[in-house]
Design a binder for this molecule. Structure first.
Ligand SMILES: Cc1ncc(C[n+]2csc(CCOP(=O)(O)OP(=O)(O)O)c2C)c(N)n1
Length: 369
């Protein structure tokens, strides 16, 4: 059997350095000026990451207290998510996987909406049309095909109305990239020129399978083979992710081919609250990534440059505490929606047969009153 450890699988192995603007000690690197890194942008991205981490920790704790059935933490991936979504316009449509809580919060989703599915009160917690943010996909890679199909619809709109310049962004993980659906979507998007940015968060693990055991070439190299424009970025550097996504989005918006961004990051928690990551990964590896924490790095920059004073940090702490209280209260207040709604929302227009089923169900339920 091939020894997978001998195969060049990481960008470093291939000599491709991920794009980076912020050093691990919080210093700005060459290119930061070109990427228009400002105090305001940095403060905003830092705020989003702090709030996301607070929300994620609260949801994790709520699961441990028995208030949620399951939680998939995004701890460690805040920079990849916040940096990318903040580079989009509100009119762009996003197809997430199931761990994109930081991106979802940036889109304005409320804690109750994000927790609904995990508390098991409904299949989905929000209307994707309200936020231009699709429902979470738990079946790996389905969303890449949905995103490609949607992007082709956008392309058709563009042909009819030249003013339309919406694009689509799709999140997925390194493990999802192994699915047939992902490869079909990448090829389909490439040959049709769909206005789409594929955003892969390579967090090193697909549950207990390391990404090196899933792909013999780095994922962005594979994407280039399909004909997409590919970029690899330090996914724990929010400024680099923001700049890379902004550049990719601008090229797609201008009519360029679909793009693929591979963000090299790390999942700090287990795959889900049902997983025990100590069974398959070393404490040393986790500590190494802890030192690359995406929030700590930006905090160092803010402090070194004097871009955020005590007042900013105090106000942010208060905002995080308020979010935390709102999250816990919203979770406990969640109740299942009426089952009648399932009949109403199955089809755009309720058919006579569905109406009859709904009425029969309602009558049966009321017989217990
Ligand atoms: C089609 C399909 N196959 C298998 C699974 C089981 N499964 C759930 S998550 C997961 C790993 C996903 O890893 P990755 O895509 O890297 O995303 P991450 O969870 O690390 O964010 C697997 C195999 C699934 N949900 N769907």
């Amino acid at each position: 059997m091939t020894d997978l450890t001998d195969v060049p699988t990481t960008p470093a192995d291939l000599g491709v350095a991920p794009m980076r603007l912020l050093g691990e000690d919080g210093e700005l690197l060459t290119g930061a000026a070109d990427a228009a890194v400002t105090a305001e942008l940095t403060r905003g991205l830092y705020r989003d990451m702090v709030l996301a981490r607070q929300f994620d920790q609260d949801a994790f704790n709520l699961q441990r207290q028995g208030e949620l059935g399951l939680w998939l933490s995004c701890r460690g991936q805040e920079a990849a998510q916040v940096g990318s979504i903040r580079a989009l316009r509100a009119s762009d449509h996003v197809f997430p996987s199931y761990r994109e809580h930081a991106a979802a919060l940036c889109r304005g989703l409320r804690p109750a909406e994000l927790l609904t599915q995990w508390r098991g009160t409904a299949h989905g917690g929000w209307d994707p049309g309200d936020y231009r943010f699709h429902l979470y996909s738990l079946v790996l890679s389905t969303q890449l095909l949905h995103a490609t199909g949607y992007a082709l619809g956008v392309a058709a709109d563009r042909r009819r109305e030249p003013g339309v310049d919406e694009i689509v962004l799709c999140y997925f993980g390194d493990g999802a990239a192994s699915q047939g659906d992902a490869n079909e979507a990448l090829n389909w998007a490439a040959v049709t020129g769909a206005p789409l940015v594929f955003f892969c968060q390579n967090n090193q693990w697909a549950i207990s399978t390391p990404s090196a055991a899933q792909s013999r070439t780095p994922l962005h190299v594979r994407a280039a083979g399909f004909g997409l424009t590919a970029t690899v970025v330090d996914g724990n550097d929010v400024l680099a992710v923001h700049a890379a996504t902004a550049a990719a989005a601008a090229r797609v918006r201008a009519g360029g081919p679909p793009e693929f961004i591979e963000a090299i990051t790390y999942r700090m928690a287990g795959h889900s609250t049902s997983d025990d990551p100590t069974r398959y990964r070393d404490a040393e590896e986790v500590e190494r990534w802890e030192r690359r924490d995406p929030l700590a790095r930006v905090r160092l920059l803010l402090d070194a440059r004097g871009w955020a004073g005590e007042e900013f940090h105090t106000a942010l702490k208060e905002e995080a505490t308020a979010l935390s209280e709102a999250t816990r209260a919203a979770c406990r207040a969640l109740t299942p929606p009426p089952l009648e709604d399932t009949f109403r929302h199955t089809l755009a227009e309720e058919t006579a047969a569905l109406r009859a089923e709904r009425e029969r169900y309602t009558e049966w339920r009321e017989s217990f009153a």
